[in-house]
Design a protein around this ligand. Structure first.
Ligand code: NAD
Length: 498
């Protein structure tokens, strides 16, 4: 059985204690075991990173950017190998796995602009004989804790800007699909990154707590479920660290009566069932406005959903989605489906009996479509993270807007309409971080920033884009005076610039 350890000081090392099973989600078999780092192992990784960081921080930003430039070349060279490893552990289709690598790669490309992005500000002649300038300096050792659902993209969203800014980075990836993060670290080394600047410690709560309590760790970036995001935010902040945590989601798509119903149905099927619904930007709630719109939408959705091809990633290029990541995830999703039925929602497409010959023990879940879901139901309140789309019928635009506004989560949302005035009003008033207008999954590109509101995001800066350079640096401002008269005597009052 393959044993996956850690990446420390530029080499793979074995773990020394507990392990967790890594499944093949298509067959349900255990395909590897991953080490779960102890506090001592995490502390050793941090200590080595702290030794290596000052030299890296002192390396000029252009040279640091060149390592990322080479890393991009290596990612492209190894794209197929990375995608295959990713699909094998996560279960998503190969095109989707390539997208996972690609959306991380694009953030690395953005970070190649580090020399420009790290330039400070300068005021010439801020006062008589006085200049003022600010610089962005690295924090030191920083850490990222990432989820299972984007095992390439999210680690890169974290470590690329952190390392470009001159920090050393400790990555604690998900223990469910640890292979790709290890491969990324190897490629960073091949690209020329000095040892110790990117350490990968595999693990669970023990490793996370060790990072949260280690005094050398200056900042923590987290992506995962909301309860863990809140826990990490609270404990990290209490320990005086800079912390940003991105949590779960319940993304609503409003369908106005004037929307192109074929376009809306196509968008909902892709955004609701793609990656088996295991995306924080998946649409999990359709909100048609008016009963007539709802009837037309459901009529378009049902045949599209029934045609979906659910199979392992090895079954061909036309697979729409694969298995969930674990048996526990499958049980949880099916349990929520039962609760929806019990609480009175109408199950229009029932995927409960789905089974695939030869893969009976895999974690596949058939697609489900609920109609007449109401806000008190568990399937509406909770993030399901599976191939289950809920329809909540709204009587008016204001009611639809209110539903999305009142939900605890605020990651993404979309409106489908032909009316620019409605779209503009929606984009302006909605209390959600990322908004699509006739675009179901509005993930911002690398040079913009990504982040949810309400219980989907904790902290005051977003991921990637310019915010990431702010998060991974601190500003120092220097006021410098080189006057001829300073020798003549000290000044004891607080100076204001005139
Ligand atoms: P998760 O919260 O279970 O795990 C995330 C990370 O936290 C993992 O590295 C895990 O090892 C660690 N962890 C788990 N339990 C912990 C505990 N008790 N104490 C300390 N650390 C712990 O999330 P997941 O199942 O891997 O990922 C799915 C979730 O991530 C969904 O809720 C999804 O919406 C969310 N997500 C959010 C975004 C975003 O940008 N907002 C992006 C992707 C995924």
């Amino acid at each position: 059985m393959e044993q996956i350890g850690h990446w420390m000081n530029g080499a793979r090392v074995a773990g020394s204690g507990r392990t967790a099973d890594v499944f093949n989600p298509a067959t349900g078999e255990v395909q590897a075991q991953v080490a779960l780092a102890s506090k001592a192992e995490v502390d050793a990784a941090v200590a080595r990173a702290a030794e290596a960081q000052p030299a890296w921080g002192a390396t000029n930003p252009q040279r640091r950017a060149r390592v990322l430039m080479e890393f991009v070349r290596l990612l492209n060279r190894d794209m197929d190998r990375l995608a295959e490893a990713l699909s094998r552990e996560h279960g998503k289709t190969l095109p989707d796995a390539r997208g996972d690598v690609q959306r991380g790669l694009e953030v690395v490309e953005f970070c190649i602009g580090a020399p420009h992005l790290l330039k400070g500000e300068y005021t010439d002649g801020a006062g008589p004989g006085i200049d003022m300038y600010s610089m962005r300096q690295p924090l030191g050792v920083v850490a990222g804790i990432t989820p299972f659902n984007f095992p390439a993209m999210i680690p890169m969203w974290k470590f690329a800007p952190a390392i470009a800014c001159g920090n050393a980075f400790i990555l604690k990836p998900s223990e469910r699909d640890p292979s790709v993060p290890m491969m990324l670290a190897e490629l960073m080394q091949e690209a020329g990154l000095p040892d110790g600047i990117l350490q990968v410690v595999n693990g669970d709560k023990e490793a996370v707590d060790a990072l949260l309590d280690n005094e050398s760790v200056q900042a923590i970036g987290f992506v995962g479920s909301t309860p863990i995001a809140q826990y990490i935010y609270a404990r990290g902040c209490a320990n005086g660290k800079r912390v940003q945590c991105f949590g779960g989601a319940k993304n609503h798509m409003i369908v106005m009566p004037d929307a192109d119903m074929d376009q809306a149905a196509d968008a909902l099927v892709g955004a609701g069932y793609g990656a088996a619904g295991e995306r924080c930007m998946a649409i999990s709630v359709a909100v048609p406005v008016g009963d007539e719109t709802a009837d037309r939408l459901i009529e378009k959705l049902v045949p599209r959903i029934e045609k979906l091809k659910i199979a392992p990633y090895t079954a061909g290029a036309d697979v729409d989605y694969g298995p969930l990541v674990t048996g526990a995830a499958k049980e949880r999703v099916l349990g929520l489906v039962e609760s929806g039925i019990e609480q009175g929602a109408e199950l229009v497409v029932d995927g409960r009996d789905f089974s695939l010959q030869g893969y009976e023990n895999g974690f596949f879940v058939g697609p489900h479509l609920f109609d007449r879901v109401t806000p008190e139901m568990e399937i509406y309140r909770q993030e399901i993270f599976g191939p289950v789309l809920s329809t909540v019928r709204a009587g008016s635009y204001e009611e639809a807007l209110g539903l999305a506004m009142d939900h605890d989560y605020g990651n993404g949302t979309a409106i489908f309409t032909r009316d620019g005035d409605t779209a503009r009003d929606f984009a302006h008033r909605i209390n959600i971080g990322m908004v699509g207008v006739n675009v179901p999954i509005p993930v911002p590109l690398a040079y913009h920033t990504f982040g949810g509101w309400k219980k989907s995001g904790f902290g005051d800066l977003n991921q990637h884009g310019p915010d990431s350079f702010r998060f991974y640096t601190r500003t120092k401002t220097v006021t410098a005076r080189w006057p001829s008269g300073l020798k003549e005597g000290g000044e004891f009052h607080f100076k204001a610039m005139e």
